[in-house]
Design a protein around this ligand. Sequence first.
Ligand code: COA
Length: 554
Amino acid sequence: MRILILTHSFNSLTQRLHVEISERGHDLSVEFDINDSVTAEAVSLFKPDVIVASYLRRAIPEEVWRNHLCLIVHPGIKGDRGPSALDWAIMDGEVEWGVTVLQAEAEMDAGPIWASIPFTMRDGTKSSLYRREATDAAVQGVLLAIERLREDSFIPEALDYEKPDVRGTWHPLMKPEDRAIDWSKDNTETVLRKIRAADGFPGVADELYGKAFALYDAHPEGTLRGTPGEVIGRRHEAICRATRDGAIWITHLKPILDGERSFKRPSSLTLGSELEAVPEIPESDLGITWREIWYEERGQVGYLHFPFYNGAMSTPQCRRLEAAYRRACERDTKAIVLMGGGDFWSNGLHLGAIEAAESPAEESWANINAMDDLCRAVITTESHLTVAALRGNAGAGGVFLALAADRVIATPGVVLNPHYKNMGNLYGSEYWTYLLPRRVGQDGIPTVMGRRLPLGIRAAQEIGLIDGCLEAEDIGTYADRLAGSPDYADLLSAKIARRADDEAEKPLEAYRAAELERMRFNFFGFDPSYHVARYNFIRKVPLSRTPRYLAVHR
Ligand code: COA
């Protein structure tokens, strides 16, 4: 079947659909929703059997939906309509939610239903629910709709609010007033719900030190108390604000600037000297608090969690993670599992922190060196066998950090972007020139690095980029087996011997030096591509055309 994906951007859901639809052998192309005439042109060039609108911010042009079957992916249950579906579901405390695939018609989200897949809500942010539950349901729904398209007898279900399973209703666009926090009235649960319902876009607009900011990535604090709304502590780059009945940690802020595109950055970088008098609160093992990195041990296995916001790893975060990793290596265990976070395993350098720095070039340099030091610590580990367990997507340097481990496993549905090219032709480091050929051979390098496209777990396994795919609940069993393997001692000594042989052939530092020479040129050279790409990416500057590697019809 010829399938055209029409989307506002190549976001995580669209990438996952791209992977799943291509794997099933369909002819696939992508067009960004730039304007009506570009969309119409794409349709006439590609001549699709069906158009799948995975993520749109405006209506499909009438001439397109009247003449072609257009299936809209709506992150809501049957009957739910409107542009803020998940936002309202979180605010209203819905327990059962879903994704509906419906046919585009004149009235928004009111067309015939081709598939509707339920899921159970979780106490997560909107973007986390979108990336996990909603994306899984959307994939299931779109694939089902594609199958149904082949069945002559299938008739999509007209929307009928009289039916008992049509529970949804129309919801308007959620406005800043609906999200606003009243620090004197709202309790911690309400504040958290409001921030979660607005994360990662548009964030909750609020005021701090007389300036306007959008708030992101909030976590409960169990012990600290203070005047509601006031900043009462800081930890690493996060701030703690008191609520009426408790306190919350906020890791990222976006300054709201009139008429200017702004971007998210670590809270302390945003507030700077305002925080001088605010006390630093050390992590405590007592009570509920926010930890950006945590370690747990079960049997002979240590698990290191690092759910950094959006998978972005700033210089201090890399340093703290390296220190935590080294502490894990001192434990009397046999295997260490690098767990990353549930939404992202890692997306490499923290481009927001870099963009906010006085010198983005210098900060890029510091960040890549901190990342490389972390990778080196993993690559050169002789005390343990190591596993990178990807339960969320990984991109750019984040993928190569995973390859530093002895084993790389991923849960179904994870999407990898193992390339740097999309960030202004960044050369990349993280010892990829050492790690990648070990896994895919010299011949496999262009497939991985030159493709620019997301890679699904099946394909990643086929080319040897990762070792296996298993459900999240089986990671512990996998690690226990490795740690308890009768061959454990042999496996460990074989890895040490291989590293020594590799080192003798070409020292790790030589790989790093060569990579960093190219990176120095990316950061400090005459060609500004990386700085321009980062500026646009982090501010979400819309593209004026769909890249050719996606729009194959062009
Ligand atoms: N630094 C800072 N923020 C990052 C980031 C990074 N390295 N990678 C992703 N993000 C942010 C995005 O800005 C976006 O922010 P939002 O919450 O405001 O929407 C969010 O994470 C999700 O990213 P998005 O691009 O929507 O996720 P995706 O799953 O659709 O795409 C990638 C994944 C990896 C393709 C894409 O995020 C990417 O290209 N990231 C940059 C990777 C990179 O070049 N790193 C630096 C070199 S090591």
